[in-house]
Design a protein around this ligand. Structure first.
Ligand code: ADP
Ligand code: MG
Length: 631
């Protein structure tokens, strides 16, 4: 890298190279989308200038007439896309088109299989934006100047897309960005005004800025002064009525606002009139973005005021648990110079947000009701995020709860497809609680000893295996008047589900074993809070439960794994009086052996619920000793 002169050569991140190759290969059959992507960027750049111009008028340099130009030159074999938007300074050029700053790139590349056909399919999901220029060009030249900088501060970036790019300073750059594509031999088809016009109308008609092209000159008036014309309709799509917008238009608009290459799952377009007037066009994507769990992720809502773009990423317009929603909200009540600070404490914003949340929840309800397959796709992608809902959005808790899906003891796969309403409809007579078990994995939950009695009695139990589930049940404590009850917490109380016979049997058993319980507690000491008899087990000898007020072992493990210091609560050891081992233990006279067996029961109960032994070696030694004695 040379740094003194004003031209320097820099290397792409290795990721860029890899991505470019894959992209050129995979988008080959749909080359024309390069224009959509570059026009979309030009439009974004003008939006950014508008936003920054709100607080610094000088950025406009006296020219507020923002537009995009598309031109071609048959002789030079170039297609040029230019805008008079925000532009980029030198560092921004390096950051934005010399690296892939998008979070999740590494992850994306790691997930590639190496099979080009399969991987090609995934690139659409990733989105390649600017780099799609290389589908049709073997050399791309970008000349740009950031709004507000003087003309000598222009920068020219050039690359053949093969691992390097050059940067040089230019001293007569216009504000904004000009992208020149030097077309590959085989892509001459794009050196055609009609072709370019039709691509723009197909993909970019909804762009609210004018996209200008030179008028097609007839052969005879070559001398006439060149004139420009607007190629797109440049009207706000969301401001039209629903019946005037086609599905294709909705889809192309979605791709622009979301930067997604795929179609959306569904959308809702509505106008609210009355005290407060606004229009919203909101989309649910088909796939979760790579940065769904990233703290710095972008929000998906663009705010407009009376059709004038105000800002991207308007985080006050959608709660966190609906962060996957993309689209626009256009208000007639906010001032044009609204800032992020104003948005924070604004009544109109609050009601638009509440209204939009209702719309999205209603949309999802409709999908759940009418199209189970679509809802399953949604749930698979965004279910974990939706589960944050009841904690974050107390007012809509019931409505969100209806949208939740779970796996239960009745489902055979990990797929979460049981709603709480379905659960209620399948409850046993006399059952008044929604039972759940929380564990680290589906297998651990499904095979937990705690479920034995429930299986025997045919009672369905919800299996909670996502980390967020623990937060969910801490805020969603009941549904439709039925309490959610952990099967691993507190005394087992099956209420009406228990018959008289069960109760009598219990009483006599408890007498029988009372002495044993005291001895086990003494032997285990501080490891347990209490030892008691249980009727929740049918085939296992022992299990651990947490006290009524306890946090639950799974929750404790989650907190510990994220580095939280917590005072672990002592568990309660429950013994199954029907089990051979427990009966034998009751009759064991040898003090040492009694101690070993008690420890083994405790340790295996801990293992069964996914816990870790403090001293695994001793457990193994005791177990082996026991096996030898039995053989
Ligand atoms: P995305 O549009 O999803 O951010 P792109 O690959 O299309 O991704 O663009 C990368 C970045 O390059 C943009 O985010 C923007 O910062 C910058 N950029 C691209 N085109 C322009 C342009 N015409 N004017 C200003 N900045 C641009
Ligand atoms: Mg883009």
């Amino acid at each position: 890298m040379s740094t003194d002169a004003h031209k320097e050569t820099l290397g792409f991140q290795t990721e860029v190279k890899q991505l470019l190759q894959l992209m050129i290969h995979s988008l080959y059959s749909n080359k024309e989308i390069f224009l959509r992507e570059l026009v979309s960027n030009a439009s974004d750049a003008c939006d950014k200038l508008r936003f920054e111009g709100l607080s610094d008028d000088a950025l406009f340099e006296g020219d507020t007439d923002l537009k995009i130009r598309v031109a071609f030159d048959k002789e030079a074999r170039t297609v040029t896309i230019s805008d008079n938007g925000i532009g980029m300074n030198r560092q921004e050029v390096i950051d934005n088109i010399g690296t892939i700053a998008k979070s999740g790139t590494r992850q994306f590349l790691d997930s590639l299989t190496g099979d080009q056909a399969k991987d090609a399919h995934m690139i659409g999901q990733f989105g390649v934006g600017f780099y799609s220029a290389f589908i049709v060009a073997d050399r791309v030249t970008v000349t740009t100047r950031r709004a507000g900088l003087t003309a000598e501060h222009g920068v020219r970036w050039e690359s053949t897309g093969e691992g390097e790019f050059t940067l040089e300073t230019v001293d007569s750059a216009q504000r904004g960005t000009e992208v020149v594509l030097h077309l590959r031999e085989e892509d001459d088809e794009f050196l055609d005004g009609w072709r370019l016009r039709s691509i723009i109308r197909k993909y970019s008609d909804h762009i609210t800025l004018p996209i200008m092209m030179d008028k097609e000159a007839g052969a005879e008036d070559e001398e006439a002064p060149e004139e420009e014309e607007k190629v797109n309709s440049a009207s706000a799509l969301w401001a039209r009525s629903r019946s005037e917008v086609s599905e294709e238009e909705y889809t192309e608009f979605y791709k622009h606002v979301s930067h997604d290459f795929e179609e959306p799952l569904t959308h809702i377009h509505s106008r609210v009139e009355g005290n407060l007037e606004y229009t919203s066009l909101l989309y649910i994507p088909k796939r979760a973005p790579f940065d769904l769990w990233d703290r710095d992720r972008r929000n998906g809502i663009k705010l407009y005021v009376k059709r004038v773009f105000i800002m991207d990423d308007a985080e006050h317009l959608m709660p966190n648990y609906l962060r996957f929603v993309k689209g626009v909200i256009d208000s007639s009540d906010l001032p044009l110079n609204v800032s992020r600070e104003i948005l924070q404490h604004n009544k109109a914003v609050d009601s638009m947000r509440n209204g939009s949340v209702k719309k999205v929840l209603g949309l999802l309800e409709g999908v759940a009701k009418n199209d189970a397959e679509k809802y399953a796709i949604f749930w698979k992608e965004f279910g974990k995020v939706m589960k944050e809902g009841p904690a974050e959005d107390f007012a809509n808790r019931e409505q969100i709860a209806k949208l939740l899906r779970f796996s239960t003891t009745e489902t055979d796969s990990e797929e979460q497809d049981v709603s709480l309403e379905q659960y209620l409809s399948r409850m046993k007579e006399g059952q008044d609680k929604i039972y759940y078990i929380a564990a680290e994995s589906f297998a651990a939950a499904k095979n937990s000893p705690h479920l034995e009695i429930f299986r025997k009695k045919g009672i369905e139990v919800v299996l909670l295996t996502d980390r967020v589930d623990e937060w969910l049940v801490s805020s969603l404590t009941e549904f439709d008047g039925k309490a959610l009850q952990s099967v691993a917490r507190g005394e087992l109380d099956l209420g009406e589900l228990e018959d008289e016979e069960d109760k009598k049997a219990k009483e006599s058993v408890e007498k029988d074993f009372s002495e044993l319980l005291g001895r086990v507690k003494e032997s285990l000491g501080e490891q347990v809070d209490e030892v008691r008899i249980t009727h929740r087990l049918t085939s296992s000898p022992a299990c651990l439960v947490s006290g009524e007020g306890g946090m639950g072992a799974n929750m404790e493990r989650i907190l510990q794994s994220v580095g939280q210091e917590i005072q672990a609560s002592k568990p309660i050891l429950e013994l199954n009086p029907e089990h051979m081992l427990v009966k034998r233990l009751r009759d064991e006279q040898d003090g040492d052996r009694f101690g070993d067996w008690s420890s083994i029961l405790f340790d295996q109960a801990l293992l069964a619920e996914g816990g870790q032994l403090e001293d695994p070696a001793s457990f193994v030694a005791r177990l082996n000793q026991l096996l030898i004695e039995l053989s």
